[in-house]
Design a protein around this ligand. Structure first.
Ligand SMILES: *Cc1c(COP(=O)(O)O)cnc(C)c1O
Ligand code: SF4
Length: 465
């Protein structure tokens, strides 16, 4: 009798998912052959990073030639219509296309990240801005953001292997014609020199994030140039190559031996110098991790290259506890450290992907304890207005009716208060009604600031900028 009670108690107290081992079950085999356009593509071709780049889809008619009748005409129309209003152009690798469950395209979590549909769009929050993090304001030289004393963000170029609908840098990222790229790259060497000079002249900087755009888009000689130049600076102790690549084009690590070799060489040199090189990648959904990812991450692991992951919390993609736990455990399983889960930035055109701050707080509770503490990501909010990253729990004030949260960031500003705004459709009716009246907006903001201990007058001005 008593043992039955014990078993029942365990079932009640532990979420079902902590018993299953789904995180070890990865998509394998030639899964891409399910799609009409890839039926004849063999494994050697599919794993070739040049094929992935060349066959990437940037237009709806190209998508049609891959999917044909797999989806309805209405679907293509909804995408076309949404694209005519979007701030981001589209770019999907064959790998990403093959991961999407096209029979459930409307709800598919991977489709949602890369292809907009007109039927799903929501009005922007009145407080949303294009460069919500004020990155351009903290740029001492073009393409370098120096906000925190000891670390700097270096935007090397503006290309990515895919374009995400929700990109924070949609103000810069996303031009995709070949001619345009050539022009920019030659112009960039001069700009990079300016950034290097700035870093040399600022010995307090120890940590450089090489981002963009995406480090995958750097040629191997550019990886070497940037890496070695930074390693040669005595002040630089750490550098991270940021890339979405492992999530959307993992085969590059397996088949671009020149690029991979450059990274291995840099890592060896860095380790001898007792400096750190890491890759920071961006996986958002457990299905983005396949057997190809496992092999790619394994190849990096064998070389001692640290890989960490930064996830963006996205509504309808990874905002339920089972998906988030599975993602975190699967990342750990393939030796990628889950580092951050980001609250979605307050950017335009993607309101259907944002969640409330409360969702992030709940997911953190549901995730911590499912696996090793060092594999438990920190849930953070990159505060609008340039207050930097804050633990989602660290708010000074959070109004559940208006959805406004207030943060402090003492290392960046002794007096500043930084606000975040939950999506309006996630609010109770009373909150939705207040936001529906433009004349209420200033008051909503002022109330939150006063409750959060801020100087309301000054901050209203900042919010209205
Ligand atoms: C996120 C970010 C960094 C790096 O922050 P970590 O918390 O160390 O990952 C550096 N500079 C800027 C401007 C950033 O937005
Ligand atoms: S990979 Fe990163 S930088 Fe590139 S579009 Fe996506 S979110 Fe933006």
């Amino acid at each position: 009798m008593s043992s039955t009670w014990l078993a029942a108690d365990m079932l009640v107290r532990r979420p079902k998912s902590s018993f299953n081992e789904d995180h070890r079950v990865l998509e394998g085999g030639e899964f891409w052959r399910r799609l009409p356009g890839y039926r004849e593509v063999d494994e050697a071709t599919f794993l070739d990073h040049r094929f992935q780049a060349k066959a990437s889809v940037t237009r709806v008619d190209q998508l049609h030639s891959v999917l044909r009748e797999t989806v309805s005409d209405a679907f293509y129309q909804a995408v076309e219509q949404a694209l005519s209003r979007a701030t981001m152009s589209i770019r999907l690798s064959p790998y990403v296309i093959a991961l999407i469950d096209w029979e459930n395209a409307e709800r598919d979590p991977i489709r949602r990240q890369f292809l907009p549909m007109a039927t799903h769009q929501l009005a922007d929050h009145p407080m949303a801005r294009l460069d919500s993090l004020n990155e351009r304001q903290h740029s001492p030289v073009p393409g370098l953001t120096h906000r925190y004393r000891d670390k700097a963000l270096f935007l090397t170029q503006d290309r990515c292997p895919v374009y995400c609908r929700f990109c924070t840098r949609s103000y810069a990222v996303g031009n995709d014609t070949d001619d345009l790229q050539k022009d920019k790259i030659s112009a960039q060497l001069g700009r990079w020199e300016q950034a290097f000079q700035y870093l040399r002249e600022h010995p307090e900087v120890e940590d450089v994030i090489i981002s963009g755009g995406d480090s995958y888009s750097l040629r191997e000689d550019q990886v070497r140039l940037i890496g070695n130049t930074l390693l040669d600076m005595p002040n630089i102790r750490r550098m991270r190559f940021a890339t979405k690549g492992l999530a959307v084009l993992p085969m590059k690590v397996l088949t671009d031996d020149g690029w991979f070799g450059a990274l291995v060489e840099l890592n060896k040199r860095a380790r001898k110098m007792h400096k750190e090189i890491a890759i920071h990648t961006h996986v958002n959904h457990p299905r983005e991790i396949t057997d190809i990812t496992r092999r790619a991450a394994g190849r990096l692991f064998e070389e001692g290259i640290i890989v960490r992951n930064q996830t963006v919390l996205l509504r309808g993609v990874n905002d339920d506890p089972d998906t988030m736990r599975l993602l975190v455990k699967r990342l750990g399983f393939v030796q990628i450290q889950p580092y951050y889960v980001f609250q979605h930035d307050l950017v335009r055109g993607v309101e259907d992907l944002r969640t409330s701050l409360g969702t992030a707080i709940e997911l953190e509770k549901q995730t911590r304890g499912a696996t090793a503490g060092f594999h438990s990501p920190m849930f953070v909010l990159d505060t609008p207005g340039g207050g930097g990253k804050r633990d989602v729990h660290a708010y000074e004030h959070y109004n559940s009716v208006t959805g406004v949260s207030v943060f402090r960031s003492p290392n960046l500003s002794t007096t500043g208060r930084y606000l975040y705004f939950d999506p309006i459709d996630s609010l109770p009716e009373e909150g939705q009604e207040r936001w529906a009246r433009p004349e209420e907006h200033e008051r909503i903001v002022a109330e939150a600031l006063i409750a959060g201990g801020g100087d309301a007058e000054r901050l209203i001005l900042a919010a209205a900028e």
